[in-house]
Design a binder for this molecule. Structure first.
Ligand code: CO8
Length: 257
């Protein structure tokens, strides 16, 4: 059996994915993407899923990009097929119905940055390095970076990063809104545990509805998006969570979701 490159740890519906290719700083090749697709197929089928955290193995790199050695000899057709595979996989990660959080623990470059951009939010260690250095290799981002980066940080900053290929540190990533928080690397593990508890303890139906309202609403005009929010808000009153959550508040106890 071939060696696995994605470690999957499940803690009561909060699933932690660790991309593990230490020899290549966790760079994504077709085999890793195929494995990730397999993992996503399993996650999509679960109705007890509460959140997904994704990180890279080791203390040096989240994901250092797409695998340059593998890409080097590709023809345009092969490059298109590779990019299509990556786009499809990353889209499936993005559209999981639960929060998907990138724990960026080092190099987050090229396809790695694009992977983080497909997550709902990102938390970085203080040694993290971000960038879209594809132009330095004679190509452009191909895993969604030219589209998701400007949506997250604005077109001017996306153009800056994608045309210079310059790398930025975690503090600059925080300043431009690429990540939500920066913390010492030694604290990232503890934060991941706290986040797992927090996301795992909230009403799962409400958390899914919040993600759906924001994701689907962003692609709609404001009035349609507000109507979507109203529909999802009302939907929350159809299950048990709303009565448990509000009763717990009134009865001064913790809710059990
Ligand atoms: N692909 C393959 N191998 C890699 C990659 C990568 N992206 N990044 C690092 N490695 C390998 C190195 O080759 C090296 O291997 P070896 O030990 O066998 O020589 C090992 O990882 C360690 O790397 P370094 O010795 O270079 O470590 P340093 O600490 O000196 O440097 C860096 C770390 C700065 C991260 C450096 O490795 C680097 O610049 N890596 C490349 C980063 C990069 O350019 N990423 C973008 C890749 S392109 C991309 O992602 C495009 C996506 C769209 C594709 C579209 C479809 C076709």
């Amino acid at each position: 059996m071939s060696e696995r490159s994605i470690e999957v740890v499940d803690d009561a519906g909060v699933v932690r994915l660790t991309i593990t290719r230490p020899k290549a700083l966790n760079a994504l090749n077709s085999a890793v993407l195929t494995e990730l697709e397999g993992v996503l197929t399993e996650l999509e089928a679960r109705d007890d899923l509460r959140a997904v955290l994704i990180t890279g193995a080791g203390d040096k790199s989240f994901v250092a990009g797409a695998d340059i050695a593998e890409m080097r000899e590709k023809t345009p057709e092969e490059a298109r097929a590779f990019a299509s595979q990556a786009l499809r996989t990353i889209k499936r990660l993005e559209t999981l119905p639960v929060p998907v959080v990138a724990l960026v623990n080092g190099f987050c470059l090229g396809g790695g940055c694009e992977l983080a951009l497909a997550c709902d939010w990102a938390v970085a260690s203080d040694n993290a390095v971000f960038g879209q250095p594809e132009v330095l290799l004679g190509v452009i981002p191909g895993f969604g970076g030219t589209q998701r980066l400007p949506r997250r940080v604005g077109p001017a900053m996306a153009l800056d990063l994608c045309t210079t290929g310059r790398k930025i540190d975690a503090q600059e990533a925080l300043r431009i809104g690429l990540v939500n928080r920066v913390m010492p690397q030694a604290e990232l593990e503890t934060y991941a545990d706290e986040l797992a508890q927090q996301l795992g303890g909230n009403g799962p139906q409400a958390v899914r509805a919040a993600k759906q309202a924001i994701h689907d609403g962003m692609d709609q005009d404001l009035d349609s998006a507000l109507a979507l929010e109203t529909a999802l808000f009302a939907f929350c009153f159809a299950g048990d969570e709303q009565s448990e959550g509000m009763s717990a508040f009134v009865e001064k106890r913790k809710p059990h979701f």
